[in-house]
Design a protein. Structure first.
Length: 436
């Protein structure tokens, strides 16, 4: 049993059980729909370029703006979750991302479409941190790594729906009907949320914490950032998530079709492989981390290394196109990026007390989306500058990986030492109970 598992059987720990699974499933369904809407542009990139008459740089702006809003909202959303609770924040998020998807369906100009994606990104930003918080409120702490990975797995299932279903709808019924029809899913999960979701089990209400405006906000952010585990979690998320995010969100389909000469159907199958690999690896990583806490960093570093090696092999492979077997390996390895990024939360969570979990998760979650946004922009600019040379454009991946890796190596010992100190302190507090 891991050190964390031994240390979390404390009085007041949420009991879990069927009721917890049912409530958590409602929250995760919101995240599921948010991911469908978020990744819908990935299967519509070429269609969007034709519809709005834009090039690679302008096309990348759709995803960049969406991620810019998402990343910029992470800390405010974390603070809101700590203050308002999960249900209210999720409800606001559903309304916003549904309005964004519907606006994108009817957008006839580039500017209107950009505004719609920004609105969608704002609502999307409110989902994942809320779902993480919901898991910590309803399940015992020892289940947190697995619950977080399962949430990520459900999100990838939303990506799968986007890849398989929305792509076919787009080419079957057209732009407006496909995006407009999909927005109805937002209405469904909003109703489920309002009627069935609860922030916490009965008898497990969180202790009230005072909120004193700007001073409180500063204290929450500063205290979370001072924890090495929070910063390590952010850099793990930064370094691991973005290669797959960039591939699935926008540039994977153009790379496979224009850069590798594949048909749209074959390219879609490879994108599906990324999602399926993510779902399988997520279950494996979740079980490993739950049982062996020390495996967190080796799993993250191994994923970064494997991704860099396979990307390099694909880009420099002699000949016009990489062979299909190598593209299959690439997509399989990219599937591990999402589960590896979830490990970042397993560094931030034990480093912060319950009243800072939302803020710390927001800081952590911001990492991967900042990296994704940067890479999306760099790739679009380099494609325009080099006449669609994907080999040069995707070199941006290695620059971001090197930066993140250097920060992980710098913070790992400090975070491990601090985590050991907190573990010892919690054991002492548990054993030495004051007399009544």
């Amino acid at each position: 049993m891991s050190a964390e598992a031994r240390s979390v059987s404390l009085p007041g720990d949420p009991p879990g059980g069927r009721r917890a699974v049912a409530v958590w499933a409602v929250g995760v369904s919101v995240y599921f729909v948010a991911v469908i809407f978020r990744t819908s542009l990935g299967v519509a990139g070429l269609d969007a370029a034709d519809r709005f008459h834009v090039g690679a740089s302008a096309l990348s702006t759709f995803a960049i703006l969406q991620l810019l809003v998402y990343a910029g909202m992470q800390i405010p959303v974390g603070l809101l979750v700590d203050r308002l609770g999960t249900k209210k924040v999720l409800a606001i998020g559903v309304v916003l991302f549904t309005a964004g998807q519907l606006g994108f369906a009817f957008a006839s100009s580039y500017g209107t479409a950009l505004a719609s994606r920004a609105l969608l990104g704002c609502g999307d930003a409110m989902t994942f941190i809320s779902v993480l918080r919901l898991g910590t409120r309803w399940f015992p702490a020892r289940r947190s790594p697995l619950v977080a990975q399962l949430a990520g797995l459900v999100g990838m299932a939303g990506n799968l729906i986007s890849t398989l279903v929305l792509a076919r709808l787009l080419h079957g019924v057209g732009w407006t009907a496909a995006f407009g029809g999909s927005s109805l899913a937002g209405v469904v999960v909003l109703l489920l949320l309002l009627f069935f979701l609860k922030d916490h089990p009965e008898g497990h209400e969180p202790e009230p914490f005072p909120h004193h405006g700007a001073a409180y906000v500063r204290r929450q952010i500063v205290a979370s950032w001072k924890e090495p585990g929070t910063r390590l979690g952010m850099w793990v998320h930064f370094t691991t998530q973005f290669p797959a995010m960039v591939f699935l969100l926008l540039w994977g389909l153009p790379f496979l079709v224009q850069g590798q000469g594949l048909s749209r159907a074959t390219a879609g199958e490879l994108l599906t492989l990324v999602v399926l690999s993510n779902m399988v690896v997520g279950l494996v990583y979740g079980q490993i981390v739950a049982r062996h806490h020390a495996a967190r960093l080796p799993l993250a570093l191994g994923t970064v290394t494997a991704t860099a090696v396979v990307w390099a092999a694909t880009l420099v492979y002699p000949g016009v196109h990489a062979p299909m077997w190598l593209l299959i390996v690439l997509c399989t390895v990219l599937g591990a990026c999402g589960p590896a990024s979830m490990i970042g939360f397993d560094f931030a969570r034990p480093a912060n007390p319950p009243e800072r979990q939302g803020t710390a998760s927001g800081i952590t979650n911001m990492g991967g989306f900042v990296a994704s946004m940067t890479t999306l922009l760099a790739t679009g600019v380099l494609l325009d500058a080099t006449g669609d040379d994907y080999t040069v454009a995707f070199c941006a991946v290695f620059v971001l990986q090197a930066l993140g890796l250097s920060q992980i190596l710098r913070l790992r010992e400090q975070a491990a030492r601090r985590e050991r100190e907190r573990l010892v302190a919690s054991r002492v507090e548990t054993v030495h109970v004051p007399a009544a």
